[in-house]
Design a protein around this ligand. Sequence first.
Ligand SMILES: Cc1ncc(COP(=O)(O)O)c(C=O)c1O
Length: 419
Amino acid sequence: MKAGREELMEIIDLWGYSEDAQARIREILESEDVPPPHLFRYYGDRPGKVEQAERLFERTIGTPHALAVNSGTSALMAAIAAAGIGPGDEVLVPGYTFFASASVVVASRAIPVIVEVDETLNMDPEDMARRITPQTRAAVIVHMKGNPADMDPLMRVAADHDLTVIEDVAQACGGSYHGKRLGTIGDFGCFSFDFYKIAQSGEGGFVATADDYLYMRAQSWHDTAACWRPDRYAEERREGELFCGENYRMSEMQGAVALAQIRKLDGYIGALRANKKRIRDQIEERDGLALRRQPDPEGDASTSLVMFADSRELAEEMMAAMRERGVGVGGRFDQTVRDWHVYSYWEHILEQKTVTDEGCPFTCPYYEGQLPDYGPEMCPNTLDLLSRSMHMGISDTWSPEECDRIAEAINSAVSEVLG
Ligand SMILES: Cc1ncc(COP(=O)(O)O)c(C=O)c1O
């Protein structure tokens, strides 16, 4: 059954246009006869939207290859598969990230090793080095809440141990570190375009890599039936190209939205950056109040501002005083609230809950290491930092006056608590 005008009208309704506008749009659409759209990313007779989104994303972040996929989780899975990581291998993941960064390791039948975060709230390079074993093959380095991870020391540790680096840029799309866009520093950059992200297509994602071979393998994994190849039924062009993958292809509808979003990305990030900088510059750091460390303030994607008090109790008092002054601030760790951004709630991993009964990968016969001592206390620094952290989302629509008001309210709330 072909898609046509009725399907497009449903999309226009999804956008929420009034009945009157919809009637007028229908009239315009009925005045022209067009062939049905080609909603599959391959084999169209016009340049596809997914293809255009990929090329624009490559130019925007400066990478030779960007592969569109149907989610950020899929992007991570494709990167792990492309790197040939699986049974017997360990992969380092930070203790503060959305659970997907770690769940993909288990879903790929490898062992996740949870690593502390430091005052950047991203992976701590010293703890990363400590947790490396002969089984360690890769690190998923996450840029949480817009703030770039400190890539120089992290990349040094990875290079010393010959690890594959997968940057998880789901929460920092458009950010950069010392002049290089996030996602182009490690072997892979994995992006999410789900609804809550900086750029979104409802669901979606991208895998970026500079390596032709890794790109070919990610491409194969994401397109199980090998629909796209210069000749669909060709023999393997290069060893490692053909294997049984999954279907992570992005549809043309997601591609169209992603394309428009990528065009807006730098303008949006610019507005966030200006607002965050204006607020941050006015916050008075003092004994009892620290700001989250920014390894590259210029590169921060600036979706959030995070501050630390000296204790959980003081953080709660300060946040209450900020909220009284109209500042939308929230904590990031509360024993009473299950939050899958904090490893201590990842019971799937801590209790080794697996999809099949034999317990793979935790019981994997190919695994020659010693399982990490999984438990809620395995990264105490991470829990300490999060317990006294205060988080505020940044808006691109705030005026300079609104930013000044917020900064003043934060300073006044902190003074009320600390004296
Ligand atoms: C850090 C991080 N990694 C991965 C993901 C997974 O992305 P998706 O929801 O597109 O699968 C998310 C989404 O919340 C995320 O925040």
